[in-house]
Ligand binder design. Structure first.
Ligand SMILES: [Zn+2]
Length: 449
């Protein structure tokens, strides 16, 4: 078993980070609750994926004078839910940026990121926006809004860019610091996904010596975004659909008609059935019509498509990408495969955050200023903690393997933490594992307080 425990490292890093968050309360003496207690209390709700987690810990604290909130998260006093919401409303999610960065550096240092490097020289980062709040009644100063032109009814919503490190061969993804699509006071123009992604590119500190390949859907394959990515010295692989790239596909059609297109075809057995993968590619195309402007030629892109058919010729999959990476017979499969791994941000990241316990789109409180965003950031941070544990914590991994189902794992830890006060998070994991692996009753004495 490892000597250094990653959960303790994560909590310590987070606690250190909180000590640098500005406390806006005017009178700082005799404060009942520290910012640390307030932020970690909110975080523990997301970490345990249990809305009632704090009320159970308050009960244990009343009975025993101590609770899992203290032994696991270092929370001295658990504030009321209202107090947590009021305080978090004044804190911006950017306060947590540093902890995301520290964790990424740690993942680099302990060799976890090595597994995510793509073809040795690259790291794939997928960008995607997702809605997490939608309401006709609840709004804050950061909400975006749409007004129905017929009824005049206003619809409020929040969206966030959730950048994610992906790898075609790894199911897990690593969430990075998010960027909110958010309106600021005094700005009439609504913010948008592409602008938020550009801000994220400006703010991201890459702790590795690998070049980033930014992955994005069709929304991203436009000249301004491409130029931004290249300005930052990254590469890109963006989906490029014919419906939104008329001029690009006129050039492609011309080359296809001349039968001069480069092609690579391979076949693979997938689940016992033969599939044929056809990769077509063309370098040096114009992303848009130059419109006679010889002074400013349009951005050049390299294009490829992958068409998957079964043995009878039925089309199973078709997608097209543009990239700055020069395509050839040796790399076109890798580039298309990297482009296809973009779906993991939707499936393994955003879908997990919404449907697998994290309830990203559930309203935990909206606030007037930042609350909705701050809670969203803490929720994604909880997902990052679990991801890191799934990647590096031997005990956690063994237990997750033993239990198998994510839901049962959380039901189990929630049941135990509402009943008993464990000496530490790890003691709880050790206890569950031993209890599941031995037939005799396990004495809890060494594990609980
Ligand atoms: Zn809002």
């Amino acid at each position: 078993m490892r000597q250094t425990n990653i959960f303790d490292f994560l909590i310590e890093s987070f606690t250190d980070n909180i000590s640098n968050v500005e406390d806006t309360r005017k009178q700082r003496t005799n404060l009942v609750y520290s910012l640390k207690d307030i932020i970690l209390s909110a975080f523990s709700v997301f970490y345990f994926q249990n809305k009632s987690c704090l009320s159970f810990q308050r009960d244990i604290d009343t009975r025993k004078g101590i609770s899992n909130a203290q032994t696991m998260f270092g929370i001295s006093d658990i504030p009321s839910d209202n107090h947590i919401r009021n305080m978090l409303d004044k804190i911006t999610p950017n306060s947590f940026k540093k902890v995301y960065e520290i964790i990424l550096v740690k993942l680099r240092d302990i060799g976890i990121l090595d597994k995510f490097y793509f073809k040795d020289d690259y790291m794939l980062v997928a960008l995607d926006g997702t809605h997490y709040h939608s309401s006709k009644n609840i709004s804050c100063k950061c909400c975006q809004s749409k007004t129905n032109s017929d009824t005049g009814e206003v619809h409020y919503y929040h969206s966030v860019i959730t950048p994610t490190i992906v790898h075609p061969d790894i199911k897990k993804v690593i969430p990075l610091m998010q960027e909110f699509i958010s309106n600021n006071d005094g700005k009439d123009k609504q913010d948008c996904e592409v602008n938020a992604s550009k801000r994220w590119l400006d703010s991201f500190n890459n702790p590795t010596n690998k070049k980033l390949i930014i992955l994005g859907d069709d929304l991203y394959s436009r000249e301004p975004m491409i130029k931004k990515v290249l300005d930052k010295s990254h590469s890109y692989i963006f989906v490029a659909k014919p419906t939104s790239h008329k001029y690009l596909y006129e050039q492609i059609e011309m080359i296809k008609n001349l039968n001069t297109i480069d092609t690579k075809i391979i076949s693979k057995m997938i689940n016992g059935k033969k599939q044929i993968f056809t990769y077509n590619y063309i370098n040096n195309l114009a992303i848009k019509n130059p419109q006679g402007d010889t002074q400013h030629p349009p951005q050049e892109v390299n294009w490829c498509e992958v068409i998957v058919t079964n043995a009878t010729g039925k089309k199973l999959y078709h997608n097209s990408f543009v990239t700055d990476i020069s395509l050839n017979v040796n790399n076109v499969i890798d580039i298309a495969t990297a482009g296809r791994s973009r779906w993991k941000i939707e499936n393994e990241n955003n879908n997990t955050l919404k449907t697998k316990g994290y309830h990203l789109d559930h309203n935990f409180g909206h606030g007037k200023e930042n609350l909705s965003k701050t809670l969203c950031s803490l929720n994604i941070l909880a997902f990052l903690f679990h991801t890191v544990q799934e990647l590096d914590d031997d005990l956690y991994m063994e237990l997750r393997d033993n239990i198998g189902n994510r839901e049962e794992f959380f039901v189990g830890i929630n049941f135990l933490t509402t009943m008993f006060n464990f000496k530490s998070f790890n003691k709880m994991l050790e206890y569950i594992l031993i209890a599941r692996q031995t037939e005799e009753n396990v004495d809890m004495k060494g594990y609980i307080m």
